[in-house]
Design a protein around this ligand. Structure first.
Ligand code: AQP
Length: 331
């Protein structure tokens, strides 16, 4: 079966964008792919803005419980924490040495984030190389991600291609799998900005957590930015960014295409649209929240799942790292 790898940073509460762009797609791949799902804690250290090490460590268990609660069965997928497999950091260094600085400086995320602050940590610049190591270590063919990661997967391919050309066939070339709807869920408070965990810490109305209660979900959707109109236009070109985002959320949660979702709500008032969207989110997330509570309470079982996962991941990672070291001539 083709190998799949993807991950989430334990950098805050997972939101509905993470579900649509990542976890929701992963569940659908369990039968047909050999799945590795990582909790990328080292990525969550890339900026002091995000979290301290100890917060990241306790959140890693939260994320593991959430993976399972969303339907990622640990007997059908390898679930592990990135820092428990040291090969990720080792391979990253080998790849960093041949990655052009200009390629990293051209990454859209780096340009956007480095422009917001005077003091930028080097981790923000080089973390796409760590991401490349995460992917290449597992001979990954498919990386199911949201749209924001597309450019980083392309960079991973470039890094792998260059390495193979110089040192001989070593890495499998991966490709991104981005969902047709919901690839980029936008902030509810600012529909021009991608919904993100870290923004949610500063702006409480920015996102909806996967574990939010029904009342919070309804309140946040009710407050979502729309526009000065009253009714949903039938023509998708005429929709404002805020209304488009709500239709996109509805489509993702109800497994519809964007056009199908729009046909369902066209002509409705914004109030009714918001009610429909909130209903749809609640019906998907409520069972996840219930399962999560039970799973999170059993820390010994979570640790066993992660220990098992790290052992399986290490077996593959060790072989690939050795291959890369041998190709480079340092073994
Ligand atoms: N808004 C989104 N819509 C669709 N998919 C999304 N993903 C993230 N945001 C959206 C996808 O979720 C996976 C995990 O990504 P992440 O851990 O980087 O999530 P984040 O919310 O972006 O977290 P942070 O800490 O707030 O990161 P930064 O600071 O980088 O924005 C990925 O597959 C991602 O595509």
């Amino acid at each position: 079966r083709p190998r799949v790898l993807s991950g989430v940073q334990p950098s805050g509460d997972l939101h509905i964008g993470n579900f649509v762009g990542a976890l929701g797609q992963w569940v659908e791949m369990l039968d047909d792919y050999d799945c590795f799902f990582c909790i990328v804690d080292l990525h969550a250290l890339t900026s002091t803005r995000k979290a301290t090490g100890s917060t990241v460590a306790s959140r890693a268990r939260d994320v593991a419980a959430l993976y399972v609660a969303c339907g990622i069965d640990p007997s059908r997928a390898t679930i592990f924490v990135q820092s428990q497999v040291p090969e990720h950091s080792e391979l990253m260094w080998l790849l960093t040495c041949s990655t052009p600085l200009g390629a990293l400086q051209r990454m859209t995320q780096f340009k956007g984030k480095s422009g917001q602050t005077d003091s930028i940590e080097a981790g923000l610049l080089v973390y796409p190389v760590l991401q490349a190591a995460d992917i290449l270590l597992y001979d990954t063919e498919i990386v199911p991600v949201g749209d924001d990661q597309r450019q980083h997967i392309e960079l991973t391919r470039d890094i792998a291609q260059k390495f193979n050309a110089v040192h001989g066939e070593t890495f499998v070339l991966p490709r991104a799998r981005v969902p047709l709807t919901g690839a980029r869920i936008m902030g509810l408070d600012d529909p021009d900005k991608k919904m993100s965990k870290t923004d949610a810490v500063i702006h409480p109305n920015h996102s909806i957590g996967l574990l939010s209660s029904e009342s919070v979900i309804r309140k946040r959707i009710a407050r979502a930015v729309t526009d000065s109109g009253d009714y949903v236009e039938a023509d998708s070109e005429a929709l404002s960014a805020g209304v488009r985002n709500l239709v996109e959320i509805l489509a993702s949660f109800d497994h519809l295409s964007f056009d199908e979702a729009l046909r369902r709500v066209a002509g409705e008032s914004y109030g009714k649209l918001k009610e429909t969207v909130a209903d749809s989110i609640v019906s998907t997330t409520e069972p996840i929240r219930e399962r999560y509570e039970a799973l999170r309470a059993d820390e010994a079982e979570l640790d066993r799942i992660l220990q098992d996962g790290a052992e399986k991941a290490s077996e593959v990672a060790r072989r690939t790292l050795l291959r890369a070291q041998t190709a480079l001539g340092i073994r």
